[in-house]
Design a protein. Structure first.
Length: 200
């Protein structure tokens, strides 16, 4: 049976709830390196990623929430399916184009705050300082909209956006991708990669 956008969203966000409840339940899937989670994504969505990368799921891009599902397939699933391989970044540009389309159309507010975290992530993943600055602005806006009991959660997302921005501001790229992408690291990047927390 063909994968539907709803299948992606249900897998990624789980049952409905507050942003804090969803993040508490799903964050290990989102951000932890887990062979079990990687295998689950491979089993369920590897064919979906192949289709999305080949442009065969563009009918998902019409409605904002279905477009979000396509962004998750193109931006998040590759890091599970192609962990520590160049394929993890192969469809970043496609996810970024969809995220920018959503922002340009003023459709981000049709998504919940926790959904918008993943709408904005392609900008945070871009090796472009203007896009990094835009990501920081977007996550700051999310924090300003968050309920009082969820501000710590969204402050964490903003903190990560700032850290990504600062790395790109310093190096023009993410040094931790160099080995995976066959790029030579500068001496400054080599020294940076030896520091705790430099690989995100």
């Amino acid at each position: 049976m063909a994968t539907r956008p709803e299948d992606v969203l249900e897998f990624w966000f789980g049952a409905p709830g507050s942003a804090r409840e969803i993040a508490a339940r799903q964050s290990s899937l989102w951000f932890a390196k887990s062979p079990a989670n990687d295998q689950a994504v491979i089993d369920l969505f590897s064919a979906t990623l192949t289709q999305a990368g080949a442009g065969q799921l563009q009918h998902w891009a019409v409605i904002p929430r279905e477009r979000l599902a396509l962004i998750i397939v193109l931006d998040q699933f590759p890091h599970h399916i192609h962990r520590d391989q160049s394929g993890a970044f192969a469809t970043d540009h496609l996810a970024l184009a969809l995220a920018l389309k959503t922002l340009a159309a003023g459709e981000a507010d049709q998504l919940s705050l926790i959904e918008r975290v993943f709408l904005y992530l392609p900008l945070e993943h871009a090796e472009s300082l203007p896009l990094q600055e835009q990501a920081v602005t977007l996550y700051a806006a999310l924090l300003s909209e968050a309920a009082d009991d969820e501000r710590a959660l969204f402050d964490g997302f903003l903190d990560y956006a700032r850290k990504h921005r600062d790395v790109v501001a310093r190096f023009g790229r993410f040094p931790h991708r160099n080995a995976i992408l066959g790029r030579d690291s500068t001496p400054d990047e080599v020294a940076f990669l030896k520091q705790p927390g430099s690989r995100f």
